[in-house]
Ligand binder design. Structure first.
Ligand SMILES: Nc1ncnc2c1ncn2[C@@H]1O[C@H](COP(=O)(O)OP(=O)(O)OP(=O)(O)O)[C@@H](O)[C@H]1O
Ligand SMILES: [Mg+2]
Length: 331
């Protein structure tokens, strides 16, 4: 991290002095404690408690919080802030995201509303955990409204977020298909490494993956959340709140919805849910379903064969079936 950046520490005295300096604490407000609000990998995220209230701070650093040896775009929190800024005029979207109280541009820190002790939807990957109709509607309609209301026709803003997109591109379209990527898939699930080999050797498949990767990197028309999977959906007392848009950019909506559908599939949701989701989406905004299927296949392949593994409950045979289905969609 450059010398101009103050790296926050999980320490009461230094946090209080930092928050005072930012004017994020009232003059008489004392810090009473802090905690990690939930599972996260990329950033330094804390719930701050004072004798009056609680709030969240989130700092992005030039490395991945959980794996400090892995570099990451330092300013990604500012891209997340730009996303909240862009949707701030749209009540329906704003209500479904945390309020952004402040941004420290110098040190890449967000000052966010505390949404309470909710859990994200990664529990969906467990057996017999299903979204109900309301939840599916909330999740799908949020994305559709986002795409529908923030796009090149409604804003001049660009938000390329190129460094984050490049990082994601590497993980989605490149790494899973490298012969020697250093990942032993047998550590994830015995037998998976061998299954993966045939995908790494499939040049037709890899060509199609390459093409879709180029589409992902191209600037598109609609503002996407960019990481639209259960880890970004928070279950709160006021319904589902969408968090963590650090991978946002203007792109093709089929990428966003393809990713969402991929996760519904990997979470083994009931028959018909994908179609239901597409129908909800299409009532609000239009979408190319064939392209959407392709991005869905891409996401399934990378989540099963790549580095960003999920807590899936499916066995080897089920994962093989998902991979095969994905291959068929792509070639
Ligand atoms: N505004 C908030 N209110 C309450 N809890 C929050 C809030 N923001 C984040 N959290 C909790 O902290 C966790 C991590 O937050 P977030 O996903 O934004 O961080 P991250 O470092 O980008 O994580 P990841 O590496 O998984 O992308 C969330 O899953 C959630 O449990
Ligand atoms: Mg994140």
């Amino acid at each position: 991290m450059s010398k101009h950046v103050e790296e926050l520490k999980a320490d009461k005295v230094s946090l209080e002095s930092y928050l005072k300096k930012q004017d994020w604490l009232q003059p008489d407000e004392k810090l009473t404690g802090f905690e990690v609000p939930g599972e996260g990998n990329m950033n330094f995220t804390l719930r701050i408690k004072t004798h009056k209230r609680s709030f969240i701070i989130k700092q992005s650093r030039d490395y991945v919080e959980k794996y400090p040896q892995v570099a990451a775009p330092a300013e990604r929190a500012l891209r997340e802030a730009a996303f909240y800024q862009l949707i701030s005029g749209e009540d329906k979207l704003k209500k479904k995201t945390p309020q952004l109280f402040g941004v420290d541009h110098q040190n890449h820190v967000l000052f966010l509303e505390d949404l309470g002790n909710g859990v994200d939807y990664t529990f969906l990957y467990q057996q017999d955990q299903h979204l109900n109709d309301n939840e599916l509607e909330e999740i799908t309609a949020f994305a559709a409204r986002l795409h529908q209301s923030i796009n090149v026709n409604t804003t001049q803003e660009k938000l390329p977020n190129r460094k984050m997109r490049k990082l994601n591109h590497e993980h989605i379209f490149i790494f899973p298909y490298l012969e020697d990527n250093g990942l032993n898939l047998d550590d994830v699930l015995p037998g998976l490494q061998e299954v993966g080999e045939s995908y790494k050797k499939d040049s037709l498949l890899k060509k199609e993956v390459e093409k879709l990767g180029q589409r992902y990197l191209k600037d598109g028309n609609m503002l996407l959340h960019g990481d639209y999977f259960p880890g970004s959906w928070l279950k709160t007392e006021d319904g589902i709140i969408i968090i963590d848009p650090e991978f946002c950019f203007f792109g093709e909506v089929e990428f966003e919805i393809g990713v969402m559908l991929a996760h519904l599939k990997m979470a083994n949701q009931p028959e018909g849910m994908l179609e239901k989701a597409l129908n909800i989406y299409k009532q609000i905004s239009s979408i190319d379903e064939a392209l959407c299927q392709k991005f869905m296949a891409i996401e399934i392949l990378r989540r099963i064969l790549g580095l960003a593994q999920l807590p899936l409950s499916s066995n080897l045979e089920e994962r093989k079936a998902l991979l095969e289905e994905s291959r068929k969609i792509l070639v």
